[in-house]
Design a protein around this ligand. Structure first.
Ligand code: GAL
Length: 670
């Protein structure tokens, strides 16, 4: 990734259609006073843009955009396709997505359409074309957001008749003949062979587990439908507004389609960050939830910032940032004072071009009335608004210094973590380990181990340039892939293959030469047996004097190589040939840190054990520290030294010790 620097801006999500027109000018002025420069609008407004079929009522949007633009705001216009209006259902009763149990996902909220419904795609093309013609030359517009959060509310797979036909045609395109498909999927097993493509159904509602090949194919098909749906819009926008950035807002902890494939049609990746919602919703232990209840897990935002930074060659925005308590998680605590500002700086330190808060003003009606905004429903400023005001002032102050570009410019991290959506899904489909193992969480733990050692990570697609990283970590690339082997072979740094990498063919079966398939060309090992373990079991490992523990998964290896470590039952752990490593078990979180720090020491990647709950980030000329704890934390001199900050260096932001929710920044002395 290049050393990129784009002047970061603060943004907000605004819904002019929710408020009297008389408020708009005041709202726009108050936004600018708060330091906001970008506003996203329009993404759910279809019923106000086309109240009845073919009758467009864009005048109000024109006036809203003029008001925002005249106040000095840049506009991102959302296409309204996540919310087909009620009349659309009269036209196409079958546009509704169908759930796994055959129930239509009815009208009355949002995202009720099926990605495979082709007439709905035409409707989307039509409204996006009208909007592009009307607003493509509006002087305030800088970009477009396509739809809103593909997949939110579990909406990627649909089991509709349109999806069934689409899936059967997709299978025919992929496999050409039904006998090739039967062969590829191994349908002879349990007499699952088909005579024709039109007999293929969805991989659900069978007596027991359906074929993993069938499931992966349906996942791929569903992912391709998202790409095709999005492309309908980007083609229109490219044609009419080639000067604008095309953006989609992805989600956190969501991997139900290949985001890298969607990214190829966009200019900027963006995502929606709700750290406290994710903490209480996404399966963290009670102890972790208690510790980070008001700050969010220390690796949650960072992981996604780095993941999405890797989607469009470094260009990314934070489109929606939590402003206070939200409404949709199992519990919705208030952030610790300072966190709304903190999350903004954290995103900027990871290279966000825009940090946009959701939403300007808490809406007193409908589903999200308990979701805070930067302002309360009566328009008075909420805590979030006060903190954004502070962030705006601090950002302006920084940008007025000559160091700003250096402090904010991103540099290539020492470590690359390769992320593969399809491979991750292949692991999820067949995980004979009591379902307590989540490959996404494991990738996040591998990432978190680096970050708690003060080592930055770039999260990259498998076709990215990996050659110059000191370490390339691979954990989600389950599928045996010759091109990826070539990529890894070209790496000049250390390549660390983790369990299950290369363990399945493209059709989700075991490779003929056993795992890790063609990666055996890089390291002479064969996985001859794998076992999965309940979550309460830890296997002890002794490796060069380090005691570590393995959890969830262990492979037995046949190899001409001597293992470096040993399990207590005598079997081997960690096989290595030159710079290529195979770790044949998943490591516990603390053991990941032990193992990685040993490698970092050997190869000269600077690391230091950070205080618990503190994360750092190094930019071209700056070292940032973020305290996710609710109490004050000291940064020992050894830590500061390792980070390249002299003990007498004056912070440019914050101070030591790190207060709760503190952000600190120093110039890099190295
Ligand atoms: C996001 C969504 C927004 C809003 C927000 C509430 O998932 O994109 O429209 O619903 O959550 O936190």
């Amino acid at each position: 990734m290049d050393n990129a620097f784009t002047v970061p801006r603060i943004g907000v999500c605004y819904y002019p259609e929710h408020w009297p027109e008389a408020n708009w000018a005041n709202d726009a002025k108050a936004m600018v006073d708060m330091g906001i420069r970008v506003v996203r609008i329009g993404e759910f407004a279809w019923s106000r843009l086309e109240a009845t079929p073919g009758e467009f009522t864009f005048e109000w949007l024109q006036r809203a955009m003029d008001t925002l633009h005249n106040a000095g705001l840049s506009i991102v216009l959302g296409t309204p396709t996540a919310t087909p209006p009620r009349w659309m259902l009269d036209k196409y009763p079958d546009l509704l997505a169908i759930d796994e149990n055959g129930q239509p996902r009815g009208f009355g909220s949002r995202r009720h359409y099926c990605f495979s419904h082709l007439p709905y795609r035409d409707e989307c093309r039509r409204i996006v074309t009208e909007l592009a013609l009307a607003f493509g030359h509006h002087p305030g517009v800088v970009g477009w957001q396509t739809d809103n959060e593909y997949g939110c509310h579990d909406t990627i797979p649909s089991y509709s008749s349109a999806a069934l036909l689409g899936f059967q045609q997709w299978c025919e395109q992929q496999y050409e003949t039904i006998s090739k498909l039967n062969e590829a999927w191994g349908n002879v097993f349990w007499s699952m062979e088909y005579n024709d493509f039109d007999q293929i159904g969805f991989p659900v509602a069978a007596v027991t587990e359906t074929n993993p090949a069938h499931r992966l194919a349906f996942w791929r098909f569903s992912s391709d439908q998202v790409v095709a749906f999005n492309r309908v819009q980007t083609e229109v926008l490219r044609q009419h507004c080639p000067q604008h950035d095309l953006i989609h807002n992805y989600m956190g902890n969501f991997v139900q389609f290949d985001h890298h494939a969607v990214a190829k049609d966009l200019d900027v990746a963006s995502w929606d960050n709700y750290p406290l919602g994710f903490l209480t919703r996404d399966g963290f232990s009670e102890a972790t939830q208690a510790k980070y209840l008001r700050t969010g897990h220390p690796d949650s935002s960072g992981f996604h910032h780095d993941l999405y930074r890797g989607c469009n060659q470094g260009r990314w925005w934070l489109m929606e940032q939590q402003p206070g308590p939200v409404n949709w998680a199992p519990y919705n605590p208030a952030p610790l004072d300072g966190m709304v500002r903190f999350w903004g700086w954290e995103a900027i330190a990871h290279g966000a071009e825009v940090v946009s808060y959701f939403r300007w003003r808490q809406c007193p009606f409908a589903q999200e009335q308990m979701h805070t905004g930067l302002c309360r429903p009566d328009g008075s400023m909420d805590v979030g608004g006060q903190e954004v005001t502070q962030l705006g002032k601090e950002l302006q102050a920084m940008l007025s210094t000559s160091d700003a570009a250096d402090l904010l410019a991103q540099r290539q991290a020492p470590v690359a973590l390769v992320f593969d959506y399809t491979g991750l899904e292949a692991q999820r489909i067949q995980q004979p380990d009591g379902r307590t193992f989540d490959p996404l969480r494991y990738a996040q733990q591998v990432y978190g181990a680096c970050r708690s050692l003060g080592v930055d990570v770039d999260i990259l697609p498998k076709d990215a340039n990996l050659t110059d990283y000191a370490v390339v970590l691979v954990t989600t690339n389950t599928l045996d892939d010759p091109e990826f082997c070539t990529q890894l072979d070209a790496c000049r740094g250390h390549v660390v293959l983790m369990p299950r990498v290369g363990s399945k063919t493209q059709n989700n079966a075991i490779p003929a030469n056993l795992p890790p398939g063609q990666l055996q060309a890089l390291i002479p090992i064969k996985v001859v047996r794998s076992e999965s373990l309940p979550h309460f079991i830890e296997l002890s490992i002794d490796s060069n004097g380090n005691t570590m523990s393995a959890v969830h998964w262990r492979d037995t290896i046949e190899s001409s190589l001597e293992p470096i470590g040993q399990f207590s039952d005598g079997s081997g752990f960690h096989y290595r040939q030159g710079r290529v490593h195979y770790l044949n078990a998943c490591l516990s979180e603390s053991s990941l840190e032990t193992w990685l720090s040993t490698l970092f020491t050997e190869i000269g990647v600077i690391w230091v054990q950070l205080p618990d709950g503190v994360r750092t980030r190094t930019t071209t000329g700056g070292v940032w520290a973020f305290n996710f704890n609710s109490d004050t934390v000291a940064m020992p001199e050894t830590v500061m030294d390792a980070l390249g900050v002299g003990s007498d260096a004056k912070p440019l932001l914050g101070s030591l010790p790190l207060q709760p929710a503190a952000v600190a920044l120093w110039s890099h002395s190295a």
